[in-house]
Design a protein around this ligand. Structure first.
Ligand code: ADE
Length: 246
């Protein structure tokens, strides 16, 4: 059977998932700890990448080379930078781009040399599954009545997510990313620090990848307060609902 890998950057983003698995086995490799098991009879591997593109790339490579997975999904949090993408909303990535990649004037901005385009497309079938999960997660979150989620019902979005080795923590920095990308007709919904690296590794191996990210902050001047509070209190609840609807 096809083994699905579920990756997150931080342990809080996956808290409680390992406890749902049956016949688990821990595999340690490259400083990472993977948990192999079954969920509803399906073979599954859980893994934590750590933070940033390099950590995400080495983890993904190790996972593919040594744990025999055939499809990969990332679940975690992100900063909302698209219009109307608010804390508590869920973004399913349809494509990823590295917002800090810049090899001008040799290559067009954001293009990783050798790949021919700036964006890495996610697998359409996995995207569709995650969009259904996103609908279920946001409907559930609306019943939690958590003040961190605000008064408005959480929404599900799908589109471009951008990654870079920076925590975006000022309105100015997130506006700069949006404005710069706008010049090339890219409209990013969210920013994080791993997805585009995983997408690049999966493109190298020809394996399907998609990601679901809950918005923990607006990547603005309060991001450094909103992000840890959200990660601690809410992030894993979304992950638990997500796997239920995979
Ligand atoms: N992940 C969650 N919030 C983020 C932010 N503001 N910048 C980068 N990665 C994030």
């Amino acid at each position: 059977a096809m083994t699905l890998a579920i990756l997150s950057a931080l342990p809080e983003e996956q808290h409680g998932l390992a406890a749902l698995l049956e016949d688990t086995q821990v595999v340690a490799r490259a400083g990472r700890r993977f948990v192999r098991g079954h969920l509803h009879g399906q073979p599954l591997v859980l893994g934590l990448t750590g933070i940033g593109k390099v950590a995400a790339a080495t983890t993904t490579t190790t996972l593919i080379e040594h744990l025999d997975v055939q499809q990969l999904v990332f679940t975690g949090v992100a900063g909302g930078i698209g219009a109307g993408v608010q804390v508590g909303d869920v973004v399913v990535a349809q494509a990823f781009l590295q917002h800090d990649m810049d090899v001008r004037p040799l290559f067009p901005r954001w293009q990783v040399p050798g790949y021919g385009a700036a964006a890495f497309a996610c697998d359409p079938a996995l995207v569709q599954r995650l969009q259904q999960a996103a609908q279920a997660c946001t409907a559930q979150a609306a019943t939690w009545q958590d003040p961190l989620l605000g008064a408005r019902a959480p929404r599900a979005h799908a589109g471009l997510v951008v990654s870079g080795d920076q925590f975006i923590a000022t309105a100015e920095a997130s506006q700069r990313i949006v404005d710069d990308l706008q010049t090339a007709a890219h409209a990013p919904l969210a920013v994080e620090m791993e997805g585009a690296a995983i997408a690049q590794v999966c493109a190298d191996y020809g394996l399907p990848f998609a990601a679901i990210r809950t918005i923990s902050d607006r990547a603005d001047d309060s991001a450094h307060v909103d992000f840890p509070a959200f990660v601690e209190r809410i992030a894993s609840r979304y992950a638990l609902h997500m796997v239920d609807h995979l």
